[in-house]
Structures are given as structure tokens and as C-alpha cells.
Ligand binder design. Structure first.
Ligand code: HEC
Ligand SMILES: [Cu+2]
Length: 410
């Protein structure tokens, strides 16, 4: 072989080795190209499996491509025009059947073990029901009477609007931040029951190695046990419609004491708690006086009208409506109804909230321009939230009943 030929090989070989070394180095750094090592035992196992498979693939790749490249160069036609034509070698056939078989079994056995452990939700310390909506998550601490919605943070949401003029690189955790993170205790086995209310979503937090489809009508089970306190982020991993990219997941893992304090505070009547779980609302405390008074006369007329059996007491509607408003509408229209002009209009003296009921209901069901539709809200919820808007902030709109919403939904 000529001197030049060897030199070319040396340079090419060194180059390849350097690329390979760099790739390996990157896999070891977090935030590099590799998947995270994670903060749960399962995540570590998954990472370990991934590295094992990666190593096997690399070795096979180097061997196969090595032989291929060697053959292409050394058995090229210009050099050796008569190819060998051996075939039906029993030894070779046995080898290339057995070797892949052994490799696959060697990978499948540990992988199956991890899969079985992932599915084993027995002996969990607590359960969180996760429901996907277009486009938000609902978390319910089963048996604790605590539940709330978790939506894209107001900062990210304002910045993402077309023409917002906000430099998104300056928004902290842009598109991966929420208003109400899921709080979980560290060191506890948490079982998740995952479902959806409209289309298929998927709840995915890479640091936990948890990724499960959220399917309407089905409940999927999975679990986690977080080792270290911290904030862990994820996203919906199933293309679920227009705002699929805007329903991030944030989990805050805290020591058990802090978690208990959080639960207690939520039970102590944080407003969005009951809104998220209308079925469990039982307290019948009187409505805030300011919301009820301006509507008193209209309330009386509306109540006097002959109405369907399931019609709601207006005071109940306003009370429920405030909670639904805070959970679903306040991000844009603000808790005090003043909005964030110019994009999100104030509802004080709003034409829609003081105008015909149908237009108001349709705006909530179907959305309008920058305002998303809310088909996931029940008839009762829509009636409640629109009534709340029509009776608040000096507005003089009429009461809206669930039956009116039902009629327009068709
Ligand atoms: C993502 C932000 C956003 C959310 C959340 C939102 N809205 Fe809106 N809303 C808007 C925008 C933008 C408009 C103006 C739409 C237009 O006319 O172009 C609007 C307009 C309205 C109006 C009409 C105001 C007027 O007089 O022009 C009403 C009523 C309203 N929204 C009710 C609701 C209700 C009820 C909810 C919660 C269920 C809600 N909105 C949630 C963005 C939002
Ligand atoms: Cu989704």
C-alpha cells in the first residue's frame, strides 16, 4: 500500500474516532443530546436501558459499516474483478441467526423487567387523577377533595400572541410554565389516573420517564416516586389540536410537610378548587353581596319564568360562575374583569355581556379571534360563567340558564 493511502486512512479514522468520542461525551451531559438521567428509580432504569441499547447499536453499527466500507474499498471491481461466489454455508447461517437472537433476548429481558415495574401501581401512597382538555390539564387529588386546572402561564400566553411585541427569549420558561403546577411530595409513590375530556392528549414528564396517553373514556394508570425536590417540566405529547403546544406540564416536588401544607391550604377554600370539581361542591354559603345585589331584580324575573327542571338558582349560578371565571377566563380578562387591552377586552360595560344572551353564549362556546372556544365547559358551567359576567362589574345583563346553552350547542 502506498504511503498516501495509509495517510488518508489515518486521517479518516482519527476523524471518525473524534466524532464518536464527542458524541459519547455529549450523552453524559444533561441538556446535551441524550435523554435525561431522571429523578426517579424508573427513570434511571430507563436511562440505563437506553444506554445499553445505544452501546449495542453502536458496536453493531461500527462492525457492519466497517466490514462494508472495507469490502467496498478492497474488493472493488477495478481491483479484483472476480467476486467470490460461495453460498449455503451452514456455519454462517447458524451464526447470523443465533447472534441476533442472543442480542435481542439480552435486551428484552431487562427491558421487560422495567416495563413490568412501570405498570405496577400497587401500594401507592396517594392518587392523582389527571384529565387533559383542549388545552389545559386538570389535577385532582383523589379522596382529598382538591382539584384545579393548570394552564399556560399568563406571561407565556401574552407573549405568544401574534404581534404581542414581547421578546420571547426574555420570558422565563417560555411555553413551559403554568399558573398552577402539580404539587407532589418527594419519596412517596404517587399513582396517576390519566384520562381526557375531549381529544387524546398525553401526559409526559421526561425526568420521571412517565409518558401516558390521556384518552377520553379510558383511564390509564402509571406511577412515579420522585427522589429529589425540584421543578420538573413536560408537555402534552399527543397532537391534540390548535394549541397543542400551549398546554405544558409543571410538577413541583416538595418535602412531605410542605405538600401537606399545600393540600390543607387548597382545602381551605381556594377558589378554583371547587370550580374544577362542580360535582363535589356542597357548601351553600351566600353569594358575595356585590355580585348579587345589582342583579336582584332581574334575578327575580328570571326565576319567575317557567323554566326547565334543571334550571339553576341565579345566586348559585353567579357563585359557581365566579369560580369558573377565575379558572378559565381570568388569565386574559383578569379577575377584576378589566382585561389586558388592547388584546383582551375589559368586560366592564361589555356590549356582549350586556347584550343578547345567545351571542354571549356562542362567543364562549365557539371563541372569537384570539379568544379560544370553551366546548369542554358543561352547559351548567357556561351558564354560570356568562351569568357571572353579566351580573358583575356593574353589568346589567340577564341570567343565562343551562337550557339556553344546551339549545345553542347543537
Ligand atoms: C386566551 C384569552 C382569553 C380567554 C382565556 C378568555 N377570553 Fe374572552 N375574549 C378574549 C378576546 C381576545 C376577546 C375579544 C374577541 C374579539 O372580539 O375579537 C374576548 C372577548 C370576550 C367577550 C366579549 C367582550 C366584548 O364586549 O367585546 C366575552 C363576553 C368573553 N370574552 C367572555 C369570556 C369567557 C366567559 C371566558 C372564560 C370561559 C373567556 N372570555 C376567556 C380572550 C380570552
Ligand atoms: Cu394535548
Amino acid at each position: 500500500m502506498s504511503k498516501k493511502g495509509w495517510l488518508a486512512r489515518l486521517v479518516a479514522g482519527t476523524g471518525l474516532a473524534l466524532i464518536a468520542l464527542q458524541a459519547v461525551a455529549y450523552t453524559q451531559t444533561s441538556g446535551g443530546y441524550n435523554m435525561p438521567t431522571g429523578v426517579t428509580e424508573i427513570a434511571h432504569e430507563v436511562h440505563g436501558l437506553h444506554m445499553k441499547v445505544f452501546a449495542v447499536c453502536t458496536i453493531i453499527g461500527v462492525l457492519v459499516f466497517g466490514v462494508m466500507i472495507y469490502s467496498i474499498i478492497n474488493h472493488r471491481r477495478s481491483r479484483n474483478p472476480k467476486p467470490a461466489d460461495f453460498h449455503e454455508s451452514v456455519k454462517v447461517e447458524i451464526a447470523w441467526t443465533l447472534i441476533p437472537f442472543v442480542i435481542l433476548i439480552g435486551l428484552a429481558v431487562p427491558a421487560a423487567g422495567t416495563l413490568i415495574r412501570m405498570e405496577d401501581t400497587r401500594n401507592s401512597d396517594m392518587t392523582v387523577k389527571i384529565t387533559g382538555y383542549q388545552w389545559k390539564w386538570q389535577y385532582e387529588y383523589v379522596g382529598e377533595d382538591v382539584s384545579f386546572f393548570s394552564t399556560l402561564s399568563q406571561e407565556s400566553n401574552a407573549a405568544r400572541q401574534t404581534g404581542s411585541g414581547i421578546d420571547v427569549t426574555k420570558v422565563p420558561n417560555y411555553l413551559v410554565d403554568v399558573d398552577n403546577p402539580l404539587m407532589l411530595p418527594v419519596g412517596k409513590k404517587v399513582r396517576f389516573l390519566i384520562t381526557a375530556n375531549d381529544v387524546i392528549h398525553a401526559w409526559w414528564v421526561p425526568e420521571f420517564a412517565v409518558k401516558k396517553d390521556a384518552i377520553p373514556g379510558y383511564i390509564n394508570e402509571v406511577w412515579t416516586k420522585i427522589e429529589q425536590p425540584g421543578t420538573y417540566r413536560g408537555v402534552c405529547a399527543e397532537l391534540c389540536g390548535r394549541d397543542h403546544g400551549f398546554m405544558p406540564i409543571v410538577v413541583r416536588a416538595v418535602p412531605e410537610e410542605e405538600f401537606k401544607a399545600f393540600l390543607a391550604a387548597k382545602k381551605g377554600g381556594a377558589s378554583e378548587v371547587a370550580a374544577a370539581a362542580p360535582a363535589t361542591m356542597s357548601d351553600a354559603a351566600p353569594v358575595a353581596a356585590e355580585a348579587a345585589t345589582p342583579a336582584a331584580t332581574e334575578v327575580a324575573t328570571a326565576a319567575a319564568k317557567p323554566a326547565a327542571a334543571k334550571d339553576e338558582e341565579p345566586t348559585e349560578l353567579v357563585k359557581k360562575g365566579e369560580k369558573i371565571y377565575k379558572a378559565n377566563c381570568a388569565a386574559c380578562h383578569q379577575a377584576d374583569g378589566t382585561g389586558l387591552p388592547p388584546n383582551f377586552p375589559s368586560l366592564h360595560g361589555s356590549k356582549v355581556a350586556n347584550g343578547p344572551a345567545d351571542a354571549h353564549i356562542l362567543q364562549v362556546l365557539k371563541g372569537k379571534n384570539l379568544m379560544p372556544p370553551f366546548p369542554q365547559l358543561s352547559d351548567e358551567d357556561v351558564a354560570a360563567v356568562t351569568t357571572y359576567q353579566r351580573q358583575s362589574w356593574g353589568n346589567k345583563g340577564s341570567v343565562i340558564q343551562p337550557s339556553q346553552v344546551a339549545a345553542l350547542r347543537k
